[in-house]
Design a protein around this ligand. Structure first.
Ligand code: NAI
Length: 456
């Protein structure tokens, strides 16, 4: 087995612990209550996936991918076998031209679903339903959306389903396809479910060591004194990066302890300051000699129904959550320090996709982040760089701990995995997007929401 992931058993919340065993488990089953699984999360030095991987699909791309997976010491099968407990099913649909072609491969997935081990993975690999295609081909390709998202909703026991879309004629074994596949198979993607990732070119390079894909890189993380930002700093550091942690002076003590923990450096600043990016660049140059990765994580909420929204709430949220990022990116992109395959990852929110009552300001800012990421993608290309967004759903942090109990309990169960995510889940996704193997992933928005059932 290759070094990558191990089944790390980290219970999510008290209810999940209660219904995971004994009386609680029986009770929940009898009353039809949600029975969230304890998710498999990443720990180094562990198998990528436990159990055989079934590669379905009859194209040359499917054969090539199956052969390539052998390099990862994965037990690859091309046909299901009764009673075989599968770690994953990979469905390769890279040559679809008509919906009639779906019946055989998709039903093959169906007949193996009951054989999936707990925390297993289903991954589809397909091509985009571009408008210039023949209608039948576009229909077949678009059908994969409905199939994958429905499978994700049918899976149980912590299993997830996600899709890779081969853009720009990318082959099934392009470096970034392999990088994305590895992310989806591993425990790193524990809370990513029902999502598609577009991989657009042959760009991207595989790391020498999958356990330290960010070795030699320097990363800056804003809002890193606590919560998701602190988790991102820890994960980037674990993956080999030198990390600069940034937060407001009022959070200086917490910031210093995160910096110590990750053996990085701390920079106290308010990201809304006009010279914030210049100060980050100067700090990175002086203390680390380079800057490769910027993670825009700092964010605030100032919730109010729009009817009661005052200018200070609106303006503060827009200033921190989007205007600061726009100004900083402009400075980063005109600096010589940030030209060698630079990476930007912005933390958006599912509120920016589906909207949320009482959050017009926050949803505007986070939807704005998505718009900014989409339009900045082409500006990263001349440097061989990329920019992507992660959109977390309900994540267990100090911010969400303040939500009243009943509202919180409903919010955290309303997804296919029936639980809230952890800051580490967002951090793993950020680290994946920051790595060399994600070089062909540019302008994407990847939700980390357990396939949240609300909204779009
Ligand atoms: P948090 O409130 O625990 O941490 C945010 C950090 O950003 C704090 O340390 C704060 O001091 C810092 N910060 C705020 N304004 C700043 C400024 N002007 N300059 C520098 N630093 C500043 O929040 P949490 O939950 O860790 O969220 C992190 C990001 O994830 C935010 O962008 C948030 O909108 C987003 N998010 C969080 C979700 C959740 O469920 N917790 C869901 C979706 C998105």
């Amino acid at each position: 087995m290759t070094k990558d992931t191990r089944s790390a058993v980290i219970p999510t919340d008290r209810y999940t612990r209660f219904v995971s065993a004994g009386l609680g488990k029986d009770l929940a089953a009898r009353l039809g209550l949600p029975q969230p699984a304890i998710l498999r999360r990443y720990t180094p030095d562990a198998p990528l996936i436990t159990g055989p991987v079934l590669v379905l699909g009859s194209s040359a791309g499917a054969d090539e991918l199956a052969a390539r997976l052998l390099d990862w010491n994965v037990d690859v099968r091309r046909h299901g076998a009764p009673k075989l407990k599968l770690g994953a099913i990979i469905l390769v649909l890279d040559e679809l031209s008509h919906p009639d072609e779906l019946s055989v491969p998709v039903r093959s997935v169906g007949s193996s679903l009951r054989d999936l081990a707990p925390n297993a993975r289903v991954v589809t690999i397909s091509r985009p339903a571009a408008p210039e295609l023949e209608p039948a081909a576009a229909a077949a390709r678009r059908a994969v959306d409905g199939i994958l998202r429905s499978i994700a909703k049918e899976l149980r026991n912590g299993a997830t389903a996600n899709g890779i879309v081969l853009d720009d004629g990318a082959g099934t074994t392009a470096p970034s396809v392999l990088g994305a596949l590895r992310f989806f198979l591993s425990g790193r993607s524990a809370f990513v479910d029902g999502q598609f990732l577009s991989v657009s070119s042959e760009r991207g390079e595989l790391p020498e060591d999958w356990a330290s894909p960010l070795a030699g890189k320097v990363a800056v993380v804003t809002g890193a004194a606590r919560g998701i930002g602190a988790a991102i700093a820890r994960t980037l550091s674990r993956d080999g990066a030198d990390v600069v942690v940034v937060d407001v002076p009022a959070a200086g003590d917490h910031l210093a302890s995160v910096a110590n923990e990750v053996r990085g450096t701390a920079l106290q600043l308010d990201i809304t300051a006009a010279d914030a990016a210049e100060r980050i660049l100067a700090h990175a140059a002086q203390r680390h000699g380079r800057l490769d990765i910027v993670v825009h994580n700092a964010g605030i909420t100032r919730d109010k129904l729009l009817a009661n929204m005052d200018a200070s709430r609106w303006d503060a949220v827009i200033a921190v959550n989007i205007s600061a990022q726009l100004r900083m990116n402009q400075a980063f992109l005109s600096s010589d320090l940030f030209t060698n395959h630079p990476r930007i990852v912005s933390v958006a929110s599912t509120s920016g996709i589906a909207g949320n009552r009482g959050q017009t300001n926050y949803a505007a800012s986070k939807a704005g982040v998505i718009g900014m990421v989409t339009a900045t993608a082409r500006l990263m290309e001349p440097f061989g760089g990329s920019i992507n967004a992660v959109a977390p759903g309900f994540i267990e942090t100090e911010m969400t701990a303040k939500i009243p109990f009943a509202t919180r309990e409903v919010a955290r169960r309303l997804n296919s995995l029936q639980q809230g995510g952890k800051p580490e889940d967002v951090a793993e996704t950020v680290a994946f997007l920051a790595a060399g193997s994600a070089g062909g992933v540019n302008g994407n928005v990847l939700r980390v929401c357990g396939q949240n059932l609300v909204g779009q």
